[in-house]
Design a protein around this ligand. Structure first.
Ligand code: JB2
Length: 221
């Protein structure tokens, strides 16, 4: 029988969204949260912060076999990736958490550690990779690819055959035209309308979407 105990890593806003989807699921009945020392004992939707990252190994040995990263990411996935690697190394099973209201074609590939929020739609032929977030009401049309740790924020629309590379953030209500590719580490601002491919590390926004800066070049200065 599947182990029904799960730890959520990070007890802020994103945790609340994920937890709200999780508490109606029969798959997990014992849910606890891991955060920083200052937040020990606090509760989110009646689930307690019971430990810090230093306690993970002990909790794993005590029978929490599942873990899920609930630190979100807006433009920087470093912490999410670090925590993901940590729970993987300890040996936790990392499920995907899918809200029961999401509409997902049977013909999609969904990796582990993915969150799919309320009313999200994922159509046939789509591929979603490890650690990605498909947030509330996002639409991932047919044949789109969402790579590792990318975040599609609430209400964003990927028209058919779009590729979103690793660590990209697509802001809320942005619309990406069909067959466009957004290269790794880029941020697309809220409400943007993207009509052309976007190179790696870009910060781009507007309608039509324009590139305003390049993260890698800024960090070099
Ligand atoms: O190293 C850490 C760590 N660093 C910060 N380990 C663990 N286990 N937890 C850590 N945290 C905790 O993550 C903070 O103490 C805090 O409780 C939580 C982050 O919460 P916050 O609400 O600041 O961010 P978020 O990532 O949960 O939510 C953001 O991203 C979502 C996608 C928000 O902006 C949301 O509005 C958004 N929907």
């Amino acid at each position: 029988m599947m182990n029904k105990r799960i730890l959520l890593i990070g007890g802020g806003g994103h945790c609340k969204s994920v937890l709200d989807s999780l508490i109606t699921s029969p798959n997990f009945t014992d849910i606890a949260i891991i955060d920083t020392k200052e937040n020990l004992g606090k509760e989110i939707l009646n689930r307690k912060i019971i430990g810090t990252d230093d306690d993970l190994e002990k909790l794993f040995n005590e029978g929490y076999q599942n873990a899920f990263i609930t630190v979100g990411s807006i433009g920087d996935t470093q912490l999410r990736r670090k925590l993901f690697d940590m729970v993987k190394r300890i040996g936790f099973n990392i499920p995907s958490i899918i809200d029961s209201s999401a509409i997902i074609s049977e013909n999609v590939k969904i990796d582990r550690g993915i969150f799919i929020g309320k009313n999200a739609v994922i159509n046939a032929g789509a591929e979603i990779s490890e650690g990605a977030i498909i947030n509330t009401g996002a639409i991932i049309e047919h044949d789109c690819r969402v790579d590792k740790f990318a975040h599609i924020a609430p209400g964003a629309v990927l028209s058919g055959d779009v590729v979103i590379e690793e660590n990209v953030h697509i802001g809320a209500r942005a619309v990406i035209k069909q067959q466009i590719r957004i290269r790794s580490n880029s941020i697309i601002g809220m409400g943007s309308v993207v009509l052309n491919d976007i190179p790696p590390n870009s910060i781009a926004y507007g309608n039509p979407c324009a590139i305003y800066s390049n993260k890698a070049k800024r960090e070099e200065k």
